[in-house]
Write a protein that binds this ligand. Sequence first.
Ligand code: ADP
Ligand code: MG
Length: 416
Amino acid sequence: MSIIKDFLLQLTLMVIPIFIYFTFITERVKSEKNRIVIMSILWGISIFICMSFPVSFGQNARLDLRIIPLLFGSLYGKFGSAIFLSALIILYRLYLGISLGFYNTVLVLLLSLPVILLFQKAFASSNKDKKVKIAVGLAFYYCIIGITFFGVLRGFSIDYLKVQIIQLIFVVVVTWFLTKLNEGIRDIHQLRLEMQNSEKLRVISELTSVFAHEIRNPMQVTRGFLQLLNEPDLSNEKKEYIQISIEELDRANEIINDLLSFGKPSINNNERIDVGSQLQRVVKIIKSYSLSHNVEIKTDLLENCWIYGNSQKLKQSLINILKNAIESMPNGGIVWITCTFTSDGFIKIIIKDQGIGMTKKQIDRLGTPFYSLKERGTGLGMMVSFQIIRSLKGKVQVNSEKNLGTEFIILLPQIN
Ligand code: ADP
Ligand code: MG
């Protein structure tokens, strides 16, 4: 019984740092890098606590739950976190004295750390269920290696094995529970951020529809008069001024269109849409624009990709994305558009360019109002597109590499 009590004590002390992390750090520390550093230090403290209160049995044998903080620090952190935590384990074990246990620790780490690092990337990009499986699998692997080395170095005995089996069960169950908990808390944080964002968007949309209507009328009147003034006998200089004024008004009008379509509550104009033919229409609309930018558009569209929604809005969202793809290639190039099905019931549209690409930071900012890197950009196109795709219950994924190109993957729920 006292063994279980010892493990429980370790567990209780070990989780304190992680609760500190979620309560005080996640929301306050904005930079991802600092967050990982703080998290690694807190997991380091967990390791320190585990190793300071081990379950003692047999000849100088100590067992503890250090794998759990090591595993979490490595999987949720970076390469450096894993190395830092492993170094901490070895140094602290060294401080406790060089004995069989020290060699045991080093050998187990040598065999398990590379495997943990191997799974680090896959873990980061996995969904919740797969994360739980990876974490539990790795914890199990570590314990089995630990038991094997322990046996080889000190000989197998039923009594030792009993304690180790208890450790294994503890480690696996706690890893399973903590991964679930961790993911659960992350979901809640994510949801909170999204809610804050949607509240912001709601306020913007209310404001914009009011402003847009007020500004549009006088602008249209001015444009009309400018066109009347633009007579053949006017001097070239004056003509140029008028042309510029008209262009600027058109630009303002474009911004207002974007704002309006964002602010307008969606009237229920929903219908069955064939995404393939909608894409063909979009390509036709944008043809002259792409030719003037020296861009060729290549399509590979399946037929009968049906979704349910507002076709005008879908069209606008695709045009915005396509326009960006064209504009990302100042020296021309190719844009590929494909439309296929996925096995899990989505229509998958891919729009891929060979343009200037984006850094991870730039991708994260995509869709925030007025974010634009273009001299004459409005920074509204992506905001509108994302909002439309969201309203169609779809998802967007953006993959991009600086100077190589960008790929927008749009998933929309399929109907029959
Ligand atoms: P705008 O096009 O008016 O600048 P958007 O909201 O359409 O506004 O796009 C925001 C920014 O995102 C752009 O200024 C550009 O820097 C970046 N961006 C969007 N799509 C791409 C792309 N396909 N390739 C490179 N950068 C892009
Ligand atoms: Mg744009």
